[in-house]
Write a protein that binds this ligand. Structure first.
Ligand code: FES
Length: 151
């Protein structure tokens, strides 16, 4: 995350065709999520409807509407990873962390997010923790990784 405010981000993304996705990415990069309160401001800035902005946020699994936990574990559920055990890996992560998919654990320590392709399809199953990618994962490797991260 960086320290830019929403108004600074809006100023850095002038209204033009195709500005919405880069702006949403910038907001999430800066704030960790796209707060619902930002939606009307973004819509007004880009002369879009709130529904259009909300629709894009909802469509892309990448965007969060609430702040994530201190650490974020993303497990790929796309086709190549599914074929190589991603569902079992995700179920293992849920049990190991005590946290359901799409949720942040009650203590705020970790958010578990299913994602759809991390670009490591040839080395599936893949996951990402705190923006570091890991390929050819197994439940045992995941346990070791989580222990290393203090989870
Ligand atoms: S399908 Fe999982 S990394 Fe591409």
């Amino acid at each position: 995350m960086n320290d830019l405010s929403l108004s600074e981000l809006l100023a850095a993304h002038p209204p033009r065709d195709g500005a919405l996705l880069p702006l949403l990415h910038a907001v999430q990069e800066a704030l960790g999520h796209v707060p619902p309160a930002a939606v009307p401001l973004i819509a007004e800035h880009l002369s879009l409807s709130r529904a259009e902005v909300h629709g894009v946020i909802s469509y892309y699994h990448f965007f969060r509407s609430s702040a994530p936990g201190k650490q974020v574990l993303q497990v790929c559920r796309a086709e190549a990873c599914q074929a190589r055990g991603a569902e079992a890996l995700l179920a293992h992560a849920e049990a190991r962390l005590g946290c359901a998919s799409h949720h942040t654990r009650a203590d705020g320590a970790v958010t578990l997010e299913p994602v759809y392709c991390l670009g490591l399809c040839a080395s599936a199953p893949a996951l990402q923790i705190n923006e570091r990618l890991h390929a050819r994962m197994t439940p045992a490797k995941l346990d070791a990784l989580l222990a290393k991260e203090g989870l």
